[in-house]
Design a protein around this ligand. Structure first.
Ligand code: ARG
Length: 420
């Protein structure tokens, strides 16, 4: 347990010089054990920082009380929901950001903000080191340490879970010895959970058996589609310049809008994703996601964007969306390419104003109606009825002849060569 691990990166803390640590504290077993362990192992003071990103069912007073009981010299909770929604989730909506075809990046979006707030509070409270509870196998260590090392080269990092090599039993024993309350007794929780207002993930335990369908006990946020109401529900989402601004005509602040969209999706079993994921550190893992708000809002946003953008904009943007999602996933939030891409996303969203109605029904969220002052749609042109005006059907054969010229020529030339 006390074994030294060699320090490799320049930002890793030297135990001899650590005096005051800012610990990213969730109130769970790992970070609670950490709070005591850092005081013991490093003979350092600990400031506990907890960030509210809209995790449901958390009592922050209890978390703060627990941190103080465990010896934190200070325990701070920051309500970062608004900043998270505005500066992290909104750019992701504009970029239709989904990693690996299914993951709307809620954890990946939260980490750079958590790390940024940790840097700010560490500086304010005179800490020399930031501690977090990530393991050495995940993406979150990359996201947090990349951000800290970028924003605050003077700060050092410790990741106790990576170095202490305690198993679950040893951790529980350590907790017992040190009077740390263990929520839910000593039973190992069945899954590792992370959540915020943009979604919830479950990993580990029975989920690791790829041949098994998800067990019912995984889903704590979203109703099982089988049990969702038999009547569908329609939600009308209003957008201005790519930003969701209303639900069913009622204007809402972004945080509330995300929460309400999430509630509607939860009721109807919307947003369950069973995902095999390529982690940055090379592993493939399986994640089970519950993303009701993202399932509704990304679907609505994509639909509206499709309606107001040209074929060229629509085709081009998809490739950039994937790049954006990858940078976010990989923890490269401060990579300048992301700002470049955001400039494009903002520009592409300039006319994404209007409304999309989404039908929620037993696990599905489908667009069923849309309208926009900027729709590139003319019913009289698109219809099967009359011809004339700006669109002359008589012009189509000429178009087809020129449009297919190279393809036809290539076919001819290459077939001729094969004959030789
Ligand atoms: N696989 C997702 C990601 O890498 C979710 C990770 C959840 N994090 C966690 N500590 N349980 O972003």
């Amino acid at each position: 347990m006390e074994r030294e691990t060699p320090r490799i990166a320049s930002y890793e803390a030297d135990p001899a010089t650590v005096a005051r640590v800012l610990l990213l504290y969730s109130g769970g077993l790992d970070t609670s054990v950490m709070l005591r362990w850092i005081q013991e192992r490093y003979e350092a003071e600990v400031v506990a920082l907890t960030i509210d990103l809209g995790q449901p069912d958390e009592d922050w007073d209890v978390v703060v009380g627990k941190a103080r009981d465990l010896g934190a010299v200070d325990a701070i909770v920051v309500d970062a929901r608004e900043e998270f929604a505005r500066d992290y989730v909104l750019p992701a909506i504009k970029a239709n950001a989904v990693y690996g075809g299914g993951y709307p990046l809620f954890t990946a979006l939260g980490r750079p903000l958590i790390a940024k707030l940790a840097v700010e509070r560490a500086r304010e409270t005179g800490c020399d080191t930031i501690a977090h509870g990530c393991t050495g196998k995940g993406n979150d260590q990359v996201r947090i340490e990349a951000t800290v090392a970028t924003l605050a080269p003077e700060l050092r990092v410790i990741a106790p879970v990576r170095e202490w090599r305690m198993g679950r039993e040893e951790e529980v024993a350590y907790a017992r010895e040190h009077g740390i309350p263990v929520k839910g007794g000593t039973e190992a929780p069945p899954y590792s959970i992370d959540d915020n207002l943009w979604g919830r993930s479950s990993e580990g335990g029975a989920i690791e058996d790829l041949s098994e369908a998800p067990r019912d006990d995984v889903f704590r946020l979203v109703t099982r589609p089988e049990e969702a109401p038999d009547e569908p529900e329609l939600v009308r989402v209003g957008f201005e310049r790519g930003c969701p601004v209303s639900l069913d005509g009622e204007r809402l602040e972004l945080v509330e809008l995300l929460e309400r969209a999430g509630d509607a999706g939860r009721r109807h079993g919307v947003g369950i994703v069973d995902h095999i994921e390529d982690r940055i550190v090379g592993l493939k893992v399986r994640d089970l996601y519950e993303v009701p708000a993202a399932a509704i809002l990304l679907t609505a946003h994509r639909e509206l964007e499709h309606l107001v953008s040209t074929i060229h904009q629509n085709n081009f943007k998809r490739g950039l969306e994937e790049r954006w999602a990858y940078l976010c996933y990989a923890g490269l939030w401060h990579e300048p390419l992301r700002a470049d891409l955001d400039a494009y996303m903002d520009s592409a969203n300039e006319h994404v104003t209007g409304e999309v109605t989404i039908k929620l029904y037993k696990g599905s969220a489908t667009p069923v109606a849309r309208s926009s002052p900027f729709a590139l749609y003319d019913r009289s042109l698109a219809g099967f009825g009359e011809s004339g005006g700006e669109f002359s059907q008589a012009a189509s054969p000429g178009f087809i002849e020129l449009f297919t010229l190279q393809s036809r020529m290539a076919h001819r030339v290459r077939n001729r060569e094969e004959e030789r």
